[in-house]
Design a protein around this ligand. Structure first.
Ligand code: TXA
Ligand code: MG
Length: 350
């Protein structure tokens, strides 16, 4: 049975931290809160512990894990050398939602890195995560604590929903303050490259190290004008049960197009739900909706995204119409998750 451990982040009970940490030290899998999303942790240097992560999540074995550390000293257990650009980035953004890709050393079992010679490392800022890692005395590999393909968990109840009965323990604390996974930045090449946009934006990184690149694969298919016709061709991730369609363009045109498509789907007898900001919702009546908050607070939109996708799973909805956003700042991470949850079902409304 999965042991639920409740820890108040404002008043940490060290005995509970030790309980979770000793499970990790002993090769068990434990879910715990971080500032980005809840993670599913195991000792990064223990191959059989790591296997339990892949099993619990149903994760493909070639998808590498992020290793979480509590102090920079622990880097020595994982990487051969620390480039000077990494020092600058760690000073600027650690602890926090920036994952750096290094060349791995031979201590780290290959299963952690999905067979790659590189390793992803991050120092989270959440106090409960930090204490658990500290007391476990080992680096902790942790993917997001969801079943593979589902939206990442930003609340403990999401983890319990996905993983209760499948892992040794779930540490419950507050909901994630960021709500989107960390930015993954590859610093092994000549120019750093963002492999996954996240809480630390391109603009923030460039203010420290100058111009960087974005993996072209992130941009691919964004300007597709049609709804993908072949469901088998869609790559889905962060996916609720309902289909998701993203509406891109000016706010005025999004409203216009959503109203047209709403009629079309209602005629076909489909149940539609809207996932939009208040500003859009106030212009479309008589349809079920869950608000993403105000367009004026994009950090909150990002914070609510996975939560809202999971809320839709509690309802009997066939199609979710999602508002698209501009890709500046945190918008880049939001649109990356949204487009994946839609399997690139994107309508350009302009
Ligand atoms: O915010 C986060 O990063 C959360 C919390 C728990 O820390 N973790 C997380 O892990 O999102 P996961 O496993 O869901 O996502 C890890 C991402 C994947 O896209 C994976 O492909 C990439 O990091 N990654 C890991 N190691 C890599 C490597 N060596 N090279 C390239 N990409 C790597
Ligand atoms: Mg994940």
């Amino acid at each position: 049975k999965t042991k639920i451990i409740n820890i108040d982040s404002k008043n940490i009970d060290i005995e509970k931290i030790k309980e979770a940490a000793s499970l990790l030290t002993n090769g068990e899998v434990v879910a715990f809160p971080t500032e980005t999303v809840y993670g599913l942790g195991a000792n990064a240097l223990d191959e059989s512990a790591i296997k339990k992560i892949f099993l619990a999540k149903g994760r493909p074995s070639d998808n590498p894990l992020i290793v979480h550390i509590n102090s920079k000293n622990e880097l020595d257990k994982l990487v051969n050398f620390v480039p000077s650009i990494a020092e600058k980035l760690m000073d600027a953004f650690w602890p926090g939602p920036l994952t750096l890709i290094f060349e791995k050393n031979s201590n780290v079992p290959k299963i952690v890195t999905g067979g790659l010679e590189t390793i992803a490392v991050r120092m989270p800022s959440h106090i409960v995560a930090r204490k658990i890692i500290e007391y476990s005395l080992v680096p902790i590999a942790a993917p997001s604590a969801n079943i593979s393909g589902k939206p990442s968990p930003t609340m403990c109840e999401h983890v319990i929903h996905d993983l209760d009965g499948k892992i040794a323990s779930i540490v419950c604390s507050d909901s994630s303050s960021i709500g989107l996974e960390s930015t993954v930045l590859d610093i092994t090449g000549e120019v750093p490259m963002i492999l996954r946009p996240g809480g630390i934006t391109k603009e923030m990184i460039e203010s420290i190290v100058g111009r960087i690149l974005i993996d072209p694969a992130i941009k691919k298919k964004h300007d597709q004008n049609l709804i993908a016709k072949s469901p088998g061709m869609k790559y889905r991730h962060y996916s609720p049960k309902a289909d998701v369609i993203v509406f891109n363009g000016s706010k005025k045109n999004i409203v216009k197009k959503m109203k047209i498509e709403l009629e079309n789907y209602l005629k076909k007898g489909k149940k539609v739900g809207l996932m939009c900001t208040e500003e859009i919702l106030s212009q479309i009546n008589d349809v079920f909706s869950i608000s993403l908050g105000s367009i004026k607070d994009m950090d909150l939109v990002g914070n609510k995204l996975f939560y809202v996708l999971r809320e839709f799973d509690k309802l009997d909805i066939d199609i979710i119409f999602a508002e698209g956003f501009s890709e500046e700042g945190i918008g880049s991470a939001i649109m990356n998750r949204l487009n994946k949850s839609a399997g690139n079902n994107i309508i350009n409304c302009d």
